[in-house]
Design a protein around this ligand. Sequence first.
Ligand SMILES: Nc1nc2c(ncn2[C@@H]2O[C@H](COP(=O)(O)OP(=O)(O)OP(=O)(O)O)[C@@H](O)[C@H]2O)c(=O)[nH]1
Length: 251
Amino acid sequence: MSRKKAAKGKAAASSPSAGSPTGKGTGKAARSSPGIVQMNGVVHPSRPSISNSSEFYDIAFKVMLVGDSGVGKTCLLVRFKDGAFLAGSFISTVGIDFRVMITLHSHSHSLQIWDTAGQERFRSVTHAYYRDANALLLLYDVTNKTSFDNIQAWLTEIHEYAQQDVVLMLLGNKADATHDRVVKREDGERLAKEFGVPFMETSARSGLNVELAFTAVAKELKHRSMKEPSEKFQLQEYVNKEMKSTGCCRS
Ligand SMILES: Nc1nc2c(ncn2[C@@H]2O[C@H](COP(=O)(O)OP(=O)(O)OP(=O)(O)O)[C@@H](O)[C@H]2O)c(=O)[nH]1
């Protein structure tokens, strides 16, 4: 069975309310629902720990991956969750899918990550889920100019359907594909600056910045949820600092 056929399909019918930002009790639902990834509770030393029990976290933030079809949303999520790249034939996501609970290492909170269909015909389904998203990772494909040109339309849509204070980050994915690249990193940076959103390039294939994208968003969400934060947190500054300190990861 193909990879997306195995993981995707019927989840479009699941309720948006299942994505409650509190995330309480979602472990049980995940085990019994089709289209939802099984979680094993194993703590991996080099990757985020994944749990199917609500006991493992105090707060779960809802994060959604959005962007044109084929930009690599599913692959990014799989890379983050499993540390692997899903090579092979591309099968589009149907509706909304692939809900994953991830408890981040050394954080007392979790991300509930939702993969969405990039195809236009599923837009009305995904809109229904926007409103209780705490964060959105908006992807384009550096090898596909149209996906980059469509970012403005995505931002308009996000403005219309998402919460006003949603955490947003722009990701230029497939940064590994140097020969096919048609969107320069500088163009992504310029666009992000114009719209005031944090930005970085990623690669689901090589793993470039994938964990950083999710942990940066998690940190921002955690910071915002604190009543009296002890220090200021700037998402873009954090990302730049992390990339510098690891010597990573500009393509
Ligand atoms: N070179 C390269 N290919 C990638 C990368 N990420 C995804 N791909 C390929 O791009 C294609 C689409 O990836 P998906 O993750 O299925 O795209 P999607 O955004 O989920 O697409 P929809 O489900 O239709 O919205 C697949 O053939 C992947 O193998 C990447 O970082 N680098």
